[in-house]
Design a protein around this ligand. Structure first.
Ligand code: SAH
Length: 219
């Protein structure tokens, strides 16, 4: 797909406004705000929607999927508490925007998408190819990436009806898994921590509405 790669002073200003808006709504993690201030969200949108790239809403990206709302991306990224050099697994690459945010935050980012068309689109997306710390996989996120485990952080960006146990297994000691837990239409954001003695604790946060996490791959 052809993408317009224009990033003007006006876009920079719109990003600063978006960062102010997120800060006012409780996103205070500088690493997250810096990533959002850096990444041209318009690159990740369908061409007809580029003018609304900095509106704080989810938008369609084709294949029945959406690019998450900036507030949601920021909220999940903040809960994930990523430090430079951490090995992070994302489930649901979608537009690739969340992957870029985590990569700018310094993660060594592994991301899985179950839809072949979205996977191919991201692999050929020049802006994302510019990151040498993003690794794309086509597969079923319910299975994770056992060969690359353990991960310091795991982020699920689709609604999971239950906590996928293979992902808990693939979490390092001291690791955190953030996911929207529940069925449509509304989920609770949950953070699972695996402690150094392998015990697990669960914290519950605000309500969100994600597209469902589906089983298996799609051609
Ligand atoms: N992180 C994305 C959000 C995309 S929406 C962004 O920044 O744009 C959720 C994505 O999860 C969709 O692309 C959907 O196809 C994908 N998905 C759903 N179930 C999945 C699964 N089991 N494994 C991998 N990806 C999945």
């Amino acid at each position: 797909m052809k993408r317009l790669h224009e990033d003007t002073g006006e876009h920079h200003q719109l990003r600063r406004n978006l960062v102010d808006h997120l800060f006012k709504h409780g996103i205070e993690d500088r690493r997250v705000l810096n990533a959002i201030a850096t990444i041209p969200r318009q690159y990740f949108m369908l061409p007809q929607d580029e003018s609304v790239a900095y509106v704080d809403r989810a938008f369609p990206i084709g294949e029945g999927q959406t690019i998450s709302q900036p507030y949601t991306v920021a909220y999940q990224s903040q809960l994930l508490d990523v430090e430079k050099g951490m090995k992070v697994l994302e489930i649901g690459t979608g537009s690739g925007y969340q992957a870029a945010v985590l990569a700018v935050m310094g993660a060594d980012l592994y991301t899985i998408e179950r839809q072949k068309k979205l996977f191919d689109r991201n692999r050929n997306f020049d802006y994302l190819r510019g990151f040498n710390n993003i690794h794309f996989y086509y597969g079923d996120g319910y299975e994770g990436l056992p060969a690359d485990a353990p991960f310091d952080r795991i982020l699920i960006t689709a609604a999971a009806p239950q906590v996928p146990q293979p992902l808990v297994h693939q979490l390092a000691r001291g690791g955190k898994l953030v996911l929207p837990l529940g069925e449509a239409p509304v989920q609770r954001m949950v953070r699972i921590t695996k402690h150094h003695d392998d015990s697990i604790t669960e914290e519950t946060f605000d309500k969100f509405s994600f597209v469902p996490m589906l089983k298996g791959k799609q051609e």
